[in-house]
Design a protein around this ligand. Sequence first.
Ligand code: PRP
Length: 180
Amino acid sequence: MVEPSYVGEVLFTAEEIQAGIRRLCGELMHTYKDKKFSVVSVLKGAAVFTADLIRQLPGDLKLNFIVVSSYHREQRSSGSITVEYMPPSAEFAGQRILLVDDILDTGMTLSHLQKEILLRGAREVKTCVLLEKRVTRTQPIRPDFRCFFVDNIFVVGYGLDLAERYRNLPFIGVPREATR
Ligand code: PRP
């Protein structure tokens, strides 16, 4: 594939991403076996990843979304997160939750949401990310499941944005206009 001119380097092709998700689903099935679990996806970034992931998981699966933002159109986390939509507590009570996000950076988003979902009565919250950044996190969180590690560079595509652009790219790459 010839990448668009606004992407300097492709880190993961569409094919590599799909292979990563297949491998991840194998791990999930091994961990959960016949235990039921619900997927909670963190929008907007996890939308594309979630859509591909859930179609490789067993049919009897509940899906919910949380809408949250921390980057506020910047290339770095703002240090505070805004929860714009959270499902009612009844959606979490007594459930095993798989919390799905596109990228783990500072850890602030996932550690905050994990606590919030437990407070709402979930029996367990495991975390699953497409990308785990190799950075020193401000929150002591490791994902239970990940597809890929990525260095501390700004990446776009496959759901990840730069000021709301490039989420639709089928691959993950480094935008030419990114400076870090
Ligand atoms: C991004 C990303 C994660 C979070 C990770 O969301 O989708 O949810 O930041 O960063 P953290 O580990 O430092 O908390 P963003 O605020 O950009 O919103 P978006 O999902 O709408 O792109």
